[in-house]
Ligand binder design. Structure first.
Ligand SMILES: [Zn+2]
Length: 200
């Protein structure tokens, strides 16, 4: 632990700001029979507070860059959803940081997509640093290993093989696609595998 007192103050401030904004936006589902609201708020205020800080930062960035806050997809759903976001990385329809989901400009925030992203939000709440470590290491290692393998077997597009291994085979993605959009996942995997072999 580094700077215990400072860390405690920072986490306390994060929890306070989160409680205030969450109350204002009515984010947490306090009456949920599964206790998702109380459990989510407890995790966001304690164990997962650094993820909460990142999620609040992502709220601020989306607000600042003109994304649309979607109340219907956020209220009592234990998450913030922004549509028409300019912050989503290339090749992705949406991105989730902490409990904040941003959907690309022009992309449809359909149930499968939002469900998939919500799995990422809860994975970050529950596993927190463990999730970031596993996801990040798999993503980086998979990109590298897949790209090298792609060169070794003569793929037309080795980087696409890297994307396949680092992203589609990532445990975090397997879980999210498995629970919410398995069929599009299979199409995506097949398309990526074909692109790696043929280059288009
Ligand atoms: Zn995903």
């Amino acid at each position: 632990m580094i700077g215990g007192e400072g860390t405690a103050i920072a986490l306390g401030a994060t929890a306070g700001i989160n409680g205030a904004l969450g109350g204002y936006r009515r984010i947490y589902d306090w009456g949920s029979p599964t206790l998702s609201g109380p459990i989510g708020f407890f995790l966001d205020s304690t164990w997962a507070a650094p993820g909460t800080l990142a999620g609040l930062g992502y709220v601020g960035l989306n607000e600042a860059t003109g994304a649309d806050y979607n109340a219907a997809l956020s209220e009592r759903k234990n998450r913030y959803v922004y549509t028409d976001s300019r912050l989503v990385p290339p090749r992705a329809a949406a991105e989730t940081i902490g409990f904040t989901v941003a959907v690309r400009e022009g992309a449809d925030p359909n149930d499968a997509l939002i469900g998939h992203e919500t799995v990422h939000a809860w994975s970050q709440r529950v596993l927190h640093m463990g999730y970031w470590t596993i996801y990040g290491a798999w993503w980086g290692g998979g990109q590298l290993a897949g790209t090298l393998y792609g060169y070794a077997v003569g793929d037309e597009s080795p980087a696409t093989r890297g994307h396949l291994w680092g992203y589609f085979w990532n445990p975090g993605e397997l879980l999210a696609y498995g629970l919410y959009n398995w069929t599009p996942w299979q199409h995506g995997v097949q398309a990526d595998a074909n692109r790696a072999r043929t280059g288009h």
